[in-house]
Design a protein around this ligand. Structure first.
Ligand SMILES: [Zn+2]
Ligand SMILES: [Zn+2]
Length: 396
């Protein structure tokens, strides 16, 4: 690797680590990330980026741009997340995602050389719940971006991993309350919820392989001598693809109608696609892998589909070539969304790895901007993914 990259990363290290640590120490929930937004955008403004806040209709989102050459050409966006988890702080390490993305933006802005295009850094709020990227996509925030790159902390350096699609499912049943001594005068909303749980269990053999449904009852009544007039449950549904999600939704709608008929309770529900499955762009991931290996890291390759989690980056991968590569910050066995991972997201080692991620992303961005042949390979891979999905849809 040319020395200018490592040298510039060294210069930026202090300020980026400071920023990332401050985000870690001031955890903010999704849609409330005002401090994190200010920290990222202050740094980017100082570096000459023009910053827009409130991008895509979300107050805590941002888009920072820096034109290169005549500004006409590919636009490469680095995506920052900076929301925390309720009660756990930065147990998913999004403070490191923010540091890596801002770092990549600054590195590329300084070192892109003689190219035409634009470096973009986008702040995408509420990944852990709320789907900031989905809202931003719907509101056109990604329309003028060509490529999206982000990296997520993990217990290994990992390329090639996809993610599953989700379905949003929130349901309330409205019945009729009465004294439990005369239950025939009421309509038991809790019974409807219990019936729904059992019906979903009976449905499992009919659902696409690897469908994963988990539910909780959030309100099941207030007192045991009152027939509940209201009950509320929430389910998380994971499926391999959004197309499979639609199959599951059809089954669920039928089951809900059945429960209404059996109990007389009225259902009020939200049943819609949440996060899409993920299609990482392998050409970009290989570039990231190359830099990580040059920096002495071992990089693993994961199968595309597995019993993975879900993220709103999936929706971005449907729209443009995009990656969500993983970088190692902790030994295997330290699970994310735990207090241990929260600690691991604020160590000298984690910040060192964050700088490697920033370098890897910036260099991948540089290749996209400077190498037209590489760019057409990236675009072609994306076009093939789109085509494969369309054909699968026709066959379904
Ligand atoms: Zn998470
Ligand atoms: Zn995360």
């Amino acid at each position: 690797m040319e020395e200018k990259w490592t040298q510039t990363a060294k210069e930026l290290e202090g300020v980026l680590q400071e920023m990332s640590r401050t985000i870690h120490q001031n955890p903010e929930l999704g849609f409330e990330e005002h401090k994190a937004q200010a920290l990222c955008t202050d740094l980017l403004e100082k570096e000459g980026f023009s910053v827009e806040k409130g991008t895509g209709g979300i107050e805590t989102a941002f888009k920072a741009r820096f034109p290169l050459g005549n500004g006409q050409g590919p636009r490469v966006a680095f995506l920052a997340e900076y929301d925390c988890l309720p009660g756990l702080g930065h147990a998913c390490g999004h403070n490191l995602i923010a540091g890596a993305a801002v770092g990549a933006g600054i590195l590329l802005r300084r070192l892109a050389g003689d190219v035409n295009g634009e470096v973009v850094v986008m702040g995408t709020p509420a990944e852990e719940g709320g789907g900031g990227k989905v809202i931003m996509l719907e509101n056109g925030a990604f329309d003028d971006v060509g490529y999206a790159i982000m990296m997520h902390p993990s217990t290994e350096n990992l390329v090639g991993r996809g993610g599953r699609a989700t379905v949003k499912f929130d349901i309330a049943f409205h019945g009729k309350g009465c004294h439990s001594a005369g239950p025939e005068k009421g309509i038991n909303a809790l019974n409807a919820v219990i019936l729904l749980f059992n019906a979903i269990d009976n449905l499992r053999p009919l659902l696409p392989t690897d469908t994963n449904i988990n539910g909780v009852i959030l309100d099941g009544g207030k007192a045991c001598n009152v027939i509940p007039d209201y009950a509320h449950a929430q389910f998380s549904v994971r499926v391999r693809t959004q197309a499979e999600g639609e199959v599951v939704m059809e089954h669920l709608r039928r089951v809900i109608r059945g429960v209404e008929q059996l109990t007389g309770a009225r259902a009020e529900y939200v049943l819609e696609p949440g996060y899409a499955e993920r299609y990482p762009n392998d050409h970009i991931e290989r570039e990231i892998q190359k830099t990580l290996e040059e920096l002495g890291e071992e990089v693993e390759r994961a199968p595309l589909m597995g019993r993975y989690g879900s993220s709103d980056i999936g929706n971005v991968t449907l729209k443009m070539p995009a990656v969500h590569t993983y970088f190692k910050i902790a030994p295997k066995g330290v699970a994310s969304h735990t207090p241990e991972f929260e600690k691991a997201s604020d160590t000298p080692y984690a910040y060192e790895q964050m700088m490697k991620a920033a370098l890897a992303m910036a260099r991948a961005g540089s290749r996209i901007l400077s190498d037209g042949e590489f760019r057409s390979q990236v675009d072609e891979e994306f076009a093939q993914q789109v085509k494969a999905r369309e054909e699968a849809k026709k066959q379904a």
